[in-house]
Write a protein that binds this ligand. Structure first.
Ligand SMILES: *Cc1c(COP(=O)(O)O)cnc(C)c1O
Ligand SMILES: [Zn+2]
Length: 498
């Protein structure tokens, strides 16, 4: 729709101008730092940062109802910069001019209701929000669109030049970072650090295809993260891990989209997310808070963070009911099919602690919960979901398992319904499905396949066939007829067709 066709009262709000007063704020000592520089941790106390808008209250000059209309009308815009997460520009990156924004097709992923069979099994009404339908096939694209748009803005204003973007990754961060950095080729180059043999072949192929320098490091993600932190402390590089607060801003779009898709009625909503480095749950909490404070939604939804018992430091932290007595203790991870969440020392833990407290206070009651599931639960629920029309990755399976667990612990109330974050595409983790179907999981996963969920291809080669077609060697008339007859008969027998 063209600008002049929008209603008069909305028209002036449709295309945003740069606005807001963003600063990095330290969660440890409160120090504020200008966003003109790339900074990841507090120079005084070393703690992680979040980005705050000093002028956030200006957003309250527009009513919640009007904001809803602005976002709804923006659905009809065709300007590329406004097509993705920046439909919510004022809440995500208000200082960015539209010509800095990079749009590669991220955001606005579908929310798909589970069929009645699957809802019956889970005992809760629920939907998957398929973040695997982002360009690099995970939610990480939301944060990268934000981080690289900001870097693009710095480049355009000569605040930086010849950027080398680096990250440590459990697979998806590097795929997204390399993709978005490659769009800014040749001004931005990227280098990614991956734990050797701990990312899937699909995830390894992604940064290679995007032209990044790929380093494989012995150990697990937490080791890679330490190396990247050392590099970003000592050298002039742009860190693209979720330690980078711009990533968090972009990932808040997940909450904004859910709100909009529900026509801003978030009563009875439960949002379930897997936790790894805890950047995603930080963003989901922060996003709902912003919409709540500006009256765009009237209720803060319940949020459930899920972890595998093989990588559960956040879950363990919140096991202690008394906030005074809670102590964060990193864990040594064990192998997990929720591989992107196999993190024992989440970088965003201080953000989670800060925001969970704030969220529950604003809501007036406890609204954020944590659930722990087994590797077996993750695979069984994920495979069952995908046999019922979904494309859930193992982390999507983890959220469904977490929902079922939350239901049994009484967190889900009558009338509640859930939106589960399927954080990546099933295809990225198909190797775990293979291991399940072939019963070839190493012991430490503690996974035994349920025969009802196992599936494998049937090779058809009836005994009475002498000749079969091959590439470049088709069968001739009678041989071909014979082949077709025998094979179709055999398939019909197996399928018990009559
Ligand atoms: C990164 C990732 C997670 C974990 O998100 P955090 O922000 O690290 O907590 C979960 N699932 C997938 C598919 C991911 O790529
Ligand atoms: Zn500080």
């Amino acid at each position: 729709m063209k600008i002049n066709d929008f209603p008069e009262e909305i028209r002036k709000h449709i295309i945003p101008c740069p606005q807001g007063e963003l600063v990095y704020r330290c969660l440890g000592c409160g120090l504020e730092i200008s966003i003109k520089k790339l900074v990841y941790t507090c120079p005084d106390c070393g703690e992680v940062l979040l980005i705050y808008d000093h002028d956030f209250n200006r957003l309250k000059n527009i009513s919640g109802k009007t904001w809803q209309k602005i976002f709804d009308y923006r659905k009809m815009l065709t300007a590329p910069a406004m097509k993705g997460i920046y439909r919510f520009h004022e809440f995500i990156g208000p200082v960015l001019p539209l010509d800095s924004i990079i749009y590669l097709g991220e955001g606005h992923t579908p929310i798909v209701e589970a069929n009645s069979y699957l809802q019956g099994k889970a005992g809760v009404k629920f939907y998957f929000k398929n973040d695997g339908q982002n360009p690099s096939a995970s939610f990480k694209d939301r944060g990268m669109a934000s981080a690289l748009s900001y870097i693009n803005f710095l480049l355009q204003n000569n605040h930086v030049s010849d950027v080398l973007a680096i990250c440590a990754s459990t697979g998806d961060t590097s795929a997204a970072a390399a993709l978005y950095a490659s769009y800014l080729n040749p001004l931005v180059k990227s280098a990614v650090l991956l734990p050797h043999k701990k990312v899937t072949p699909q995830q390894l192929s992604q940064p290679l295809g995007s032209g990044a320098m790929v380093f494989e490091i012995p150990g697990v993600f937490d080791d890679c993260m330490k190396i990247v932190e050392a590099l970003s402390d000592q050298y002039d590089v742009a860190l693209l891990n979720s330690k980078n607060a711009w990533r968090i801003l972009g990932q808040e779009s997940y909450s904004f989209e859910i709100s909009q898709d529900l026509e801003y009625d978030t009563s009875n909503l439960v949002v379930v997310v897997p936790i790894g480095n805890a950047g995603n749950i930080t963003a989901v909490i922060s996003g709902f808070l912003k919409f709540f404070e500006t009256g765009i939604i009237e209720n803060l939804p319940k949020i459930i963070g899920v972890q595998s018992n093989h990588a559960n430091p956040v879950y363990r932290y919140y096991l202690e009911p008394d906030p005074q007595k809670r102590r964060f203790v990193p864990v040594t991870v064990k192998p997990s099919v929720a591989q992107a969440a196999m993190i024992g020392n989440p970088v965003s833990m201080p953000r989670v602690i800060h925001l969970v407290d704030l969220y529950n206070k604003k809501a007036g009651c406890k609204k954020i919960f944590f659930a722990e599931v087994t590797e077996q639960n993750i695979m069984d629920w994920g495979l069952l979901a995908n046999r019922n029309g979904h494309i859930a990755c193992t982390h999507g399976g983890e959220t469904l398992a977490g929902l079922v667990k939350a239901k049994s612990s009484g967190i889900i109330e009558r009338g509640d319904f859930a939106v589960l974050d399927s954080t990546a595409h099933a295809l990225k983790f198909s190797g775990f499905q293979d291991m399940y179907f072939e019963n070839s999981f190493p012991d430490e996963y503690e996974i035994v396949p349920d025969p009802d969920l196992v599936n494998s291809p049937v090779y058809i080669h009836p005994k009475e066939i002498k000749k079969v077609p091959a590439t470049g060697k088709p069968l001739e008339k009678e041989d071909f007829k014979h082949f077709i007859n025998c094979v179709s008969k055999e398939i019909a027998t197996i399928l018990k067709l009559n």
